[in-house]
Design a binder for this molecule. Structure first.
Ligand SMILES: [Zn+2]
Ligand SMILES: [Zn+2]
Length: 333
């Protein structure tokens, strides 16, 4: 029995007796028929295509996520208040040149969800899946966080420091999967150079809504979670830099400027890498995820205001110790 004949028999068993009946079905309905598997469905679709025919359109078809360019069941219209240049940047850099599905005609003065500047913004919608929506929203917060670090650094070290900070791994809009894991892992977010130009330390910045002890707004976190891959990235960056990389946490909160929101950095803390392992509580799989996280006691962090005195008192000995004995282990299973 030929394959085509076998398919026909399956369709007949499912009460699809004519081409007309078949063409009235959409792909989802066809898949739901008894005995019709994915291989049969695709052979039917290609046989129809050869005859210049196609299945019916599915009124409940999943939408295509603009960022990862594939259909996703949870892709839906997601709305962002954006200034004109950031709307173009979203379309060109993150969404493969896709224009928004809709842009409000109304122009409001408010904070742009991406550059966090007070501008004329318009509500702009694209189809995005839940994961890509979270990533895109976190970029605006990340940009605000990086600016916050630069301004706190300038304030805390004002007039005293022989160290200058530069951003080495800026947060950028990009489609999913554009940057390889290799170059991502070996670069700290910021590097501080000594007056001689030598890079002497790096900063790996993590931003969140919550405070740590000693400053910030609201109740401090009881535990600090860091993906083990992030710990590995810190180690790789330190090795590449041949200098210690410090984990820095920025508390960035949203303040309403209706209908928009402004991101504001309200707290900054650092952890000395040599203090991390002794504050490790456990390593376990994150709930509902496939990634492992290291859970640290938050007492490993100190307010960033103490960083200049740490640099003066202890940092140069730490740098020496790393160059002699290597970067410390940050976690163990
Ligand atoms: Zn903007
Ligand atoms: Zn997506």
């Amino acid at each position: 029995m030929s394959f085509a004949r076998a398919v026909e028999k399956k369709l007949l068993r499912a009460q699809v007796a004519s081409v007309e009946q078949l063409l009235a079905l959409n792909e989802r309905e066809l898949r739901s028929l008894p005995d019709i598997g994915p291989a049969t469905v695709s052979s039917i679709i290609s046989a129809l295509a050869e005859a210049g025919l196609s299945l019916a359109a599915d009124p409940y078809e999943a939408y295509e996520c603009a960022r990862h360019s594939d259909v996703a069941r949870d892709a839906e219209l997601r709305a962002y208040f954006l200034c004109d240049s950031c709307r173009d940047a979203y379309a060109q850099l993150a969404f493969g040149d896709r224009s928004p599905e809709w842009v409000s005609r109304e122009r409001v003065e408010g904070y742009c969800g991406h550059c966090n500047e007070l501008r004329v913004v318009r509500l702009s919608q694209w189809f995005l899946c839940g994961t890509c929506d979270r990533v895109i929203r976190s970029i605006g917060r990340g940009l605000a966080s990086a600016k916050f670090v630069e301004s706190v650094w300038a304030d805390t070290f004002r007039g005293t420091s022989e160290l200058s900070l530069r951003e080495t791994d800026p947060v950028e809009l990009r489609p999913r999967g554009r940057r390889s894991d290799v170059d991502r892992s070996a670069t700290a977010d910021f590097v501080a150079d000594y007056v001689s130009g030598e890079a002497v330390l790096g900063i790996e910045l993590k931003s969140g809504r919550s405070a740590l002890t000693g400053g910030g707004i609201g109740k401090p976190m009881s535990q600090f979670q860091l993906d083990t891959t992030d710990c590995d990235d810190i180690t790789a960056a330190a090795v590449a830099l041949n200098a210690p990389v410090f984990l820095v946490h920025a508390q960035v909160i949203g303040r309403a400027h209706a209908p928009t929101e402004r991101y504001e950095g309200v707290g900054l803390w650092f952890a000395r890498p040599w203090d991390m392992l002794q504050h490790l509580e456990m390593v376990r799989r994150r709930p509902r995820e496939t990634r492992d996280a290291a859970y640290f006691k938050t007492t490993m962090f100190r307010p960033f205001a103490e960083f200049p005195s740490y640099v003066e008192d202890r940092f140069w000995a730490d740098l020496e110790s790393m160059r002699r004995g290597g970067f410390p282990i940050l976690y163990q299973r």
